[in-house]
Each structure stands twice: as C-alpha cells, then as structure tokens.
Design a protein around this ligand. Structure first.
Ligand SMILES: [Fe+2]
Length: 180
C-alpha cells in the first residue's frame, strides 16, 4: 500500500539517492502496480493538484482536462510521468537557431507506463480524448522555484514560465480529434 504521506517521503528519498532517475522510476512503477483503492490520493477533481514541492522533488497529481492542449514549456530539471489511467499525448520540440521551436516527435503515453524526460526537454501536453486521465508527474527539483520558459503554441514568443499564461493559452482540440 502507498499512502500519500509515505509516497512523498519515498519520492524525496528517491530524488536524493545516488541514482535519482532510476529510483523515482522504480517508485512510480511500484505505484502503478499498487491496487487501485490503495493508490496515492485519488484527488478531489482538480486538474492539477500539487502534492509536494521541495528542494529535491516536486510531485503533482494530474487529471487530464478532456480535449485540451497546453502550450510548450520546459522544466529545467528531469521529469518523470507515471500514467495511472488513460493517455497523455506529449509533443516534443527542439529549438531552432532563431529560437523558434520545431516539433520533433509526438508520443502517446498510455497507462500503465512510466517515462523519464531529461532536463533539456521541451514539450507540450494534450488530452485528445474524453476518457478519464490520471497521472503523477514528478520533477527532480523544486519546479515552483525553477527559472524556465514557455512558448506560444506556434513555438514563438519564449517567455518566463507563468502559470496564469499557461492556463490561459490552453486550447480546445476537439475540432482536430473528432468525437471520442
Ligand atoms: Fe511539462
């Protein structure tokens, strides 16, 4: 059984270990293998619930917002995603010499899976279905204090990450994906 406080404690320990990436990935796999009723706080319906942030690690519980696409951004630290239910679509970008982003890859992360992203990753997350999505996002550092950037959907206009702007730029993708 993984209880929330215990999970955070273990995430902090894993993030401070000699091999934090593998330790966090192992912990997340353990979470995925935990029977559903015993899983880390299933939440109260918030789209993003900050479970913990500290020097070593930040943990969010994510409920995907159906048919929403969020803008490209970086974290400036290693990130890990554990998919508990449903699918998150991640689009990855590279920076072109002029600074604009270029789409390099699109990946659909479907539960159960654990993925690690390196500290230079630039990505955009979207939910292309109305099916429920539940994920845990873990960052190896204090994401709330990190200096990091975000971009407009077209890969232009880099700016310091701003949560209000990030939320404001979220767009409906139902016209692109069709019903269901
Ligand atoms: Fe992200």
């Amino acid at each position: 059984m993984i209880e929330l406080r215990h999970f955070i404690e273990r995430a902090r320990h894993a993030a401070s270990s000699a091999d934090p990436e593998q330790a966090v990935a192992g912990l997340l796999w353990e979470l995925l293998e935990t029977p559903r009723p015993e899983r880390v706080g299933q939440g109260d319906g918030q789209a993003e619930r900050l479970l913990h942030h500290g020097r070593a690690v930040t943990v969010y519980l994510i409920r995907g917002e159906p048919m929403r696409r969020f803008p490209p951004h970086e974290h400036g630290m290693v990130a890990a995603v554990a998919m508990l239910d449903g699918t998150e679509t991640h689009r990855f970008f590279a920076r072109e010499p002029g600074g604009r982003l270029r789409l390099t890859e699109t990946r659909h992360l479907t539960a159960p899976c654990v993925e690690l992203f390196d500290a230079r990753t630039i990505h955009a997350v979207e939910y292309r279905s109305t099916a429920p999505v539940l994920a845990v996002h873990v960052y190896l550092g204090d994401l709330l204090r990190a200096r990091r950037r975000m971009w407009d959907h077209d890969g232009r206009n880099p700016s310091p990450y701003d949560q209000a702007r990030y939320d404001r730029l979220a767009m409906d993708v139902s016209a692109e994906t069709g019903p269901g």
